[in-house]
Design a protein around this ligand. Structure first.
Ligand code: DON
Length: 347
């Protein structure tokens, strides 16, 4: 049989269509196989909320008087996916102190402004294995703060930011960076800021100690004030989930689509969170849960699932290391249910 040109063309085209269909089906199968679906996420959120809503244990932070007064029964969970879907559960509108979770976002700003080498050399990226406000850690490790997520390292990170010797201009830049991560204008909780500023002698001592070792790169009073203010930002659980999702989405806010930080810094930020995000219990956390995370004494914890989602949980009572008890249980449960552990091979 003689194959005419039009028949040949038709068969080639037909073959190409079949091939493309096969590859689309294969591609979507391999891509989605491990990704949590909308139904999976909603069901897991509800299950977690019902399971842990009445969980007892832990105690509100009280070394900052404002935090002791926050209703310890508040409980909210929000997941924001890298493609911008928002899944709320429980108390997701109440604005609480971001506290140490803020350290992640100033670290992002420092990396963006000064680069990874400067951050690593001048602050460090190793675990201290000691409490978040340890002075001993500075002395043990060659008078270096050790990492940007403990108080010493976070105060030093603020001091690295430009400009120097200009508190107002420095604060304006920090505020802008937080707003871009959250996708809205965040406000400092004035009562919390005053409460912290009146009781932060320990942090002031840390700042002076760092200055004496040439490990603080701005005036101590400026570094302390900007640090205390950033810790006093009021956020709700949704804000935190959006901020975490911006890290999960390679530095682009999934709601506003704004590029907030260069993608090359995301693995550096997540590495530091995996090393020190929950302070001296970070090893146990990574062993059990396997998600780069950060806690704050306001009761929040964020976790980042690269390429997939940001998770935020708010529940004020804390364990001895300063990490929310209920938030840890919730994220551990969600990570297991939705198979989120970053160390699990996906193929
Ligand atoms: O500097 C402090 O002690 C507080 N503003 C923040 C500490 C904190 O959140 C520790 N995290 N769990």
């Amino acid at each position: 049989m003689k194959i005419t040109k039009p028949i040949l063309k038709q068969s080639v085209l037909g073959g190409l269509v079949v091939l493309s269909l096969i590859s689309i089906v294969f591609f979507s199968f391999t891509q989605n196989k491990d990704k949590a679906t909308e139904e999976d996420i909603k069901a897991a959120l509800k299950e977690a909320y019902d399971k842990f809503k009445t969980l007892k244990g832990g105690k509100n932070a009280d070394y900052i008087p404002y935090l002791a007064k926050v209703d310890s029964t508040f409980y909210g969970i929000v997941i924001v996916t890298a493609d911008g879907k928002v899944y709320p559960m429980g108390e997701t509108k109440y604005e609480f102190g971001i506290e140490s979770i803020s350290k992640v976002f100033t670290l992002a700003q420092a990396l963006q402004e000064r680069g990874g080498k400067v951050v690593m050399d001048s602050i460090g990226v190793n675990a201290t294995g000691l409490p978040f406000n340890s002075v001993q850690a500075i002395e043990i490790q060659g008078q270096q703060p050790q990492n940007p997520l403990v108080n010493a390292g976070a105060i030093a990170t603020v001091s690295l930011l430009e400009p120097k010797n200009n508190q107002e201009a420095k604060w304006a830049k920090v505020q802008k960076n937080f707003n871009r991560f959250a996708g809205r204008d965040l406000k400092v909780i004035d009562e919390l800021y005053k409460s912290e500023a009146a009781t932060d002698q320990h942090n002031e001592a840390i700042a002076l100690l760092l200055k004496s070792y040439n490990r603080l790169f701005d005036k101590p009073a400026i570094a302390i004030d900007v640090y205390t203010k950033q810790c006093s930002f009021g956020v709700n659980a949704k804000d935190l989930a959006v901020m975490a999702a911006t890290l999960a989405n390679n530095g682009v806010n999934p709601l506003t689509k704004e590029k907030v930080v260069d993608p090359k810094h995301i693995p550096q930020i997540l590495a530091v969170m995996s090393t020190a995000g929950l302070y001296e219990t970070t090893g146990e956390w990574m062993f059990k849960v396997g998600l780069p995370s950060k806690s704050g004494v306001g009761g929040g914890i964020i976790s980042v699932v690269p390429g997939q989602m940001g998770i935020a949980v708010f529940a004020p009572p804390l364990d001895k290391a300063g990490n929310s008890v209920k938030a840890q249980k919730t994220i551990e449960f969600l990570a297991d249910k939705l198979k989120l552990n970053v160390f699990t091979a996906r193929n």
